[in-house]
Design a protein around this ligand. Structure first.
Ligand code: ADP
Length: 494
């Protein structure tokens, strides 16, 4: 199971899923391959679970929720989630190798995929421990006389968590640990390309924590129908999902017949509005870095840079220089900041969108293809396109590649209008020498979060979620914890 390749660092993960406390293969023994995107080699397998497997896992989670004390025993949950934190900390370096192997994320920037989520496990343990699950809201006047009201916050029930491949371990934690701490039971369905970030979590929970059988389940599969079955199952009370807007729509529709609570974190097409008074040498290198550092495979990326027409060429030159110097290459090499795209398909999609942008009149400033020195692995050159029509396909479609599109603008109003002209509303950046001007622009963006002047919106202590077709509900912050709870208002004698 644990083949570390001494030359490459590649590490194959746990091939078994976790159902009702048992680490197991699917009945037929079928496996699917896991590829290392930097070598294009198959480096191991995971069990190819079926609809029957996800139904078993759901039955186990239902039973554990309905028949055990899990949802009522906060002290025990605190103990278990702390155990999980300790176990993950012990296995941190193994997990890092597995994530690099599956995703191709560079070791130098792997902290956000490993250290951050492990720290968040501890955060949720403490947040859940300190949360007030029965709040007295005082006396309220009603037509029938006064009533004291208490609000109880209670676990939602069985939570199905469906996760994507771009930051798989982080999202497996972000979607399941607050749910567990709040008293829910969980069925996790990791993405096809990154099963081990899920199965390793299952193995660690089974082997190193007291989390009871059925409370946490992981079902891996190479088929989309397993996630679809989970999102339609009437025994599931809530779906939490991160992924594409197209799949989010399918999940929402599948949950409609049982009016499932649905938490969706979907695509984005965010802008970075760079004002004419901004310090370009400070903000544009950062903009280029963010576009490349996860190979552009990030939903919160400000991939549309809006430059003031008065300083357009100056801005393009800085972006070009930074992107041409960006360290792209083997993810295991320290100092490399951009690895490959995760798959041949993702690379093809990125290259196709770049071509469509050029066909629609965009000017290719740098990149646009496969780096000559990296013929193996799914690499894409950091790519800068200028003069991009904000209505064109490349300005409206989430790329998930190391690509910045640049559009000139004349006034702040126009920049806001271009930013808001998309089906998405996830995040954004505004940079100006004047904090007040940056804030005023941020206040007008129809989006879930905005960074102004490099001061990041993102973190475990503040809510994060999308508007429009970028999602429903929030992760992080107290708001993110409350998503996994139902509130019940109880009137009592004053
Ligand atoms: P991508 O298109 O980038 O692979 P998706 O949003 O399709 O990303 O996938 C994210 C997750 O959603 C994966 O775990 C995938 O298996 C799952 N998934 C795909 N299709 C469906 C569906 N119809 N219902 C539920 N889950 C699905």
């Amino acid at each position: 199971m644990t083949n570390v390749d001494a030359d490459t660092g590649v590490l194959a993960g746990e091939p078994r899923m976790l159902i009702d406390g048992e680490l197991r293969y699917t009945d037929s023994g079928a496996l699917f391959d896991v590829e290392h995107p930097a070598s294009e080699q198959v480096v191991g397998q995971a069990t190819d679970g079926t609809v029957t497997d996800v139904e078993r896992a759901t039955a186990a989670a239902r039973r554990a929720f309905d028949e055990s004390d899990w949802s009522r025993d906060l002290d025990f949950r605190y103990h278990c989630v702390n155990q999980l934190h300790e176990a993950l900390t012990q296995e941190q370096e193994r997990l890092r190798r597995i994530v690099i192997t599956e995703v191709g994320c560079p070791v130098s920037v792997s902290g956000s995929q490993i250290e951050s989520p492990i720290a968040e496990v501890k955060h949720w343990a403490d947040h859940g421990r300190n949360f007030d699950y029965l709040v007295d809201t005082g006396i309220h006047e009603t037509q029938l006389g006064p009533a004291r009201r208490k609000i109880q916050y209670d676990a939602v029930g069985v939570v199905g968590a469906i996760t994507p491949w771009n930051v798989p371990f982080y999202l497996n934690i972000a979607e399941t640990v607050p749910a567990l701490m709040a008293g829910n039971t969980v069925v996790l369905k990791p993405a096809q390309l990154t099963p081990w970030s899920g199965t390793e979590l299952g193995r660690i929970i089974a082997e190193k924590t007291d989390i009871p059988a059925g409370v946490f389940n992981v079902v891996t599969s190479n088929a989309n129908e397993v996630g679809a079955a989970l999102s339609a199952d009437p025994r599931v009370d809530m779906i939490t999902f991160t992924g594409s807007t197209a799949t989010g729509r399918a999940i929402l529709a599948a949950g409609a017949s049982t009016v499932k609570k649905t938490l969706l974190e979907l695509g984005g097409k965010s802008t970075h509005i760079v004002c004419d008074d901004a310090d370009f040498t400070a903000c544009l290198p950062m903009a280029a870095m963010f576009a490349c550092v996860m190979s552009g495979q990030s939903c919160i990326l400000s991939s549309r840079v809006l430059l003031p027409r008065s300083r357009y060429d100056e801005g393009l030159e800085i972006l070009k220089t930074m992107m041409e110097q960006f360290p792209v290459g083997d993810p295991w090499t320290p100092g490399i900041m951009q690895g490959p795209q995760i798959s041949a398909m993702q690379r093809q999609k990125t290259l196709g969108l770049i071509q469509s942008g050029i066909a629609d009149g965009a000017r290719l400033i740098t990149g646009g293809g496969i780096p000559e020195n990296l013929p193996t692995g799914y690499y894409v050159q950091p790519t800068l396109l200028a003069d991009v029509d904000p209505a064109s396909e490349i300005a409206q479609t989430e790329i998930f590649g190391p690509v910045i599109t640049v559009t000139p603008y004349d006034t702040d109003d126009e920049a806001v209008e271009i930013s808001n002209n998309t089906i998405y509303g996830l995040s954004g950046d505004v940079t100006s020498a004047d904090d007040g001007r940056a804030l005023n622009i941020a206040l007008r963006l129809r989006t879930g979060s905005v960074t102004t002047n490099g001061h990041s919106f993102f973190g475990i202590t503040s809510p994060f979620g999308g508007t429009k077709q970028s999602g429903l509900g929030h992760r992080n912050g107290d708001e993110g914890y409350r998503e996994y709870l139902n509130s019940k208002t109880i009137g009592v004698r004053p």
